[in-house]
Write a protein of this length. Structure first.
Length: 312
């Protein structure tokens, strides 16, 4: 029989573990009819609740459930990579535990890979129902910006939820960089990909672990570690001073055209504007260089992407 591996990153998802399992196993009859069995790898990303205990409880009932537990929180990217590395399946699916990635789509995704000749079937949301408007706005702007800057297409609304062939997974695993951005990696490796659209599904239970700030930092691939924070701050400080410089230019121009200079100090205004503007541009450029330098710094250190505390 063929084997399908489902990788499920978890961080404080004790309320959703059982519900996810119940929804996923509804596909068992379909998979059996296509001569395919499954395994579920729950990757615990340093949860502080009873996520691990509940996965262990599932393990006692179903031997196809597996657990990888990290020593601390390493992030979803590391959890996905750990799951991909441990997967044994001929087909591999990455899914969220909160049921925002509907397991009911798996049969359609499976047929696209096995019958239509696709190497990967990815999903994207056609709407952002239930998401704060300001978050949706910035998310759309991010996708527009990154697609203009990058040669790798990153689809607006793309989820990490996708079904892949073993060849596709092996290509992903061959990219061992420390600074991982899976949405870009999935697009970079190529292969024949199909996009499956669905309406946004809100979390089954619990609260999202992705705050606006976390998404902002992730999207910019900015402050990734404590040692690179000053470099990231340089960019923001540079932008701030650029804005201040432009405001000063406008204020001084209006003042000179209306009331003149009551102190008769010639040249100070233009000098201040020039200093502020040039300093802002310099800090901004140094910040950009710092971002690339920080990525290189983390890559050279060769730290592991994650540390496994327990594996069942």
């Amino acid at each position: 029989m063929k084997l399908l591996t489902a990788i499920v990153p978890c961080f404080n998802e004790q309320e959703n573990v059982f519900d996810f399992y119940d929804e996923f196993v509804k596909n068992e009859a379909f998979l059996k009819s296509h001569d395919c069995d499954f395994e579920i790898i729950f990757v615990d990303d340093g949860s502080k609740d009873d996520t691990v205990a509940r996965v262990k409880e599932l393990k006692t009932k179903d031997s196809r459930v597996r657990l990888i537990s990290f020593s601390r929180n390493f992030g979803k990217e590391s959890a996905m990579y750990a799951g991909l590395s441990a997967s044994k399946g001929d087909f591999v699916a990455v899914m969220d535990c909160d049921l925002q990635d509907p397991p009911a789509l798996l049969p359609e995704m499976f047929k696209a890979v096995t019958e239509e000749g696709y190497d990967s079937v990815a999903t994207r949301r056609v709407d952002r129902k239930g998401e704060p408007p300001i978050r949706s706005f910035f998310a759309r702007q991010f996708y527009k910006l990154i697609n203009r800057m990058s040669n790798t297409e990153i689809v607006d609304g793309a989820r990490d939820y996708r079904l892949m062939t073993r060849q596709f997974v092996d290509a992903i695993l061959s990219m061992e960089e420390y600074n991982r951005f899976s949405k870009g990696i999935f697009g970079w490796v190529g292969f024949k990909n199909k996009w499956l659209e669905f309406e946004n599904v809100e979390r089954k239970k619990g609260e999202t672990k992705w705050s606006f700030w976390k998404l902002f930092v992730y999207a910019l691939d900015g402050i990734m570690a404590f040692s690179t924070a000053p470099l990231a701050m340089a960019s923001f400080i540079g932008v701030f001073f650029c804005i201040v410089a432009f405001l000063f230019i406008v204020i001084i121009m209006v003042r000179q055209l209306t009331v003149g200079d009551p102190n008769n100090t010639v040249g100070w205004a233009s000098m201040v504007c020039i200093i502020l503007f040039v300093s802002g541009v310099q800090l901004f450029c140094v910040g950009i260089v710092g971002q690339y330098l920080s990525k290189t710094y983390l890559e050279v250190k060769k730290r592991p992407l994650y540390i496994v505390k327990e594996e069942l």
